[in-house]
Design a protein around this ligand. Structure first.
Ligand code: PLP
Length: 426
């Protein structure tokens, strides 16, 4: 570990939470350089929905490289890009009745968000954008302006320009309809909030703590956008690609966003990001929003293979099945440790255990890691243990990981009890 401490910036994060030197990985399993196996309930923060080194994807990439398939081509036309767009149109867009143009942005999620915000402002000729409490959209300046948690933002960056933050679904308690609140702000010329070019939202806030927008809330949000001529941007970077059970996380709500940001698992494990936009919004001049790494061809090859999971309903059915197991097991754990008053939240195969306070979720994650399970935290206070296994995880491995969590909570509670009785005895 010395070289990481000596040479890598202090900004490094996950290496601190998961201090092992990883070497190989397959499916939902990670292996360190000593061959120890870890179950992966983190999936590269949603990048590995199809698992590590998925053989269908890896074999296609190996074959492509071996035949000297072009890897870097800026945005020139390539056979790999054509194959991806055809597959995406025929497998994802058409069956869902969606008509979007695709813009390939720089390779990471925040690049897609920047692009969406810039285009919305350009098209609507308005600078303001509305985002939601606990939203997370990336950390470059434009995306940072619509990201809630101030841990990421120092006032000196000046990142808060032209963005307002308003309450997400449930933020003010179950009784307050936050769309009604937002509506009043937008309709009232004296509210202090400028009419925005766009509203950007996650249907399930991933980093923000697995906060779920209801179907009704999303529909009301869409209606509000239509009423006031505001563009609706769904940030599906973490919750898209099947995480909530359908390819896009907004499908259940039946809404049609004006733009959708997609990244993480779309590249089948390789860096790739794109913006989907209604065709009328595509008002760019050629080369006006450019970048060197837009649409890497190896990622197109990987992505095209990954999309074959959506050729029929089998994959969605398996997500529904394993999602149910997660829900039942996590509810069982919450009931078993009722004194902890754990709230269970989730959809599809993204679930959170909210401990309502800082600290305990972190202790669980640390001890779970010692027990060879990698699991991340979420929420404003790191109060949520976030379950994000690869969607292809085998049922046995899923149950094994959930069992580790159950045992770890039990062990931590025993330790706390022992410490307290030690204190009392002293
Ligand atoms: C919803 C959402 N938007 C944007 C991003 C930023 O993506 P990236 O870290 O690839 O820049 C993330 C990353 O976690 C995300 O979850």
């Amino acid at each position: 570990m010395r070289i990481f401490e000596d040479m890598e910036s202090e900004v490094r994060g996950y290496v601190r939470a998961f201090p092992a030197i990883f070497d190989t990985a397959k499916g939902a399993n990670l292996y360190d350089e000593h061959g120890n196996r870890y179950i992966d309930f983190f999936a590269g923060a949603g990048t590995l929905n199809y698992g590590h080194n998925n053989p269908i994807i890896s074999n296609a990439m190996i074959e492509y490289l071996q035949r000297d398939g072009i890897v870097h081509a800026l945005d020139k036309a390539t056979a790999a890009k054509r194959a991806f767009m055809e597959k995406f149109r025929d497998t994802i867009l058409k069956p869902r009745g969606l008509d979007y143009k695709i813009q390939f942005t720089g390779p990471t999620g925040t690049n897609a968000v920047e692009t969406a915000l810039k285009l919305a402002r350009m098209v609507k000729r308005r600078s303001n954008v509305i985002a939601f409490t606990n939203g997370y959209h990336g950390l470059t300046m434009g995306a940072l302006a619509v990201t809630g948690n101030d841990f990421y933002r120092d006032e000196s960056y000046g990142a808060r320009n032209n963005a307002d933050s308003v309450p997400f679904d449930g933020y003010l308690g179950d009784d307050v309809n936050t769309i009604g609140y937002l509506r009043k702000f937008i309709a009232d010329k004296s509210s202090g909030i400028d009419l925005p070019a766009a509203i950007i939202v996650e249907t399930v806030q991933g980093e923000g703590g697995i906060n779920i927008a209801s179907v009704e809330w999303l529909r009301e949000l869409e209606a509000l956008c239509r009423e006031f001529d505001i563009l609706l941007i769904i940030d599906d970077i973490q919750m898209g690609n099947g995480r909530t059970g359908t390819f896009f996380s907004f499908e259940e709500a039946g809404i049609k966003p004006d733009m959708v940001t997609v990244s993480k698992s779309i590249g089948g494990g390789l860096p790739m990001a794109l913006l989907l936009m209604r065709p009328e919004l595509d008002q760019w001049k050629p080369g006006e929003h450019t970048g060197t790494f837009r649409g890497n061809n190896l990622a197109f090859v990987a992505a095209t293979e990954a999309l074959s999971y959506w050729d029929n309903d089998d994959f969605a059915d398996s997500i529904a099945h394993k999602g149910k197991i997660m829900e039942q097991e996590l509810q069982r754990i919450a009931n078993k440790y009722a004194d902890l008053e754990i709230e269970v939240r989730g959809r599809g195969m993204v679930w959170g255990l909210d401990f309502g306070r800082t600290g305990f979720a972190g202790e669980i994650s640390s001890l779970a890691f010692k027990n060879k399970l990698v699991i991340e935290l979420a929420g404003a206070e790191d109060n949520v243990l976030k379950f994000l296994p690869p969607l292809i995880i085998e049922e046995d491995t899923l149950r094994e990981g959930l069992c580790i969590i159950d045992n770890v909570i039990g062990e931590l509670l025993e330790q706390k009890k022992a410490a307290m009785s030690g204190d009392t005895a002293a």
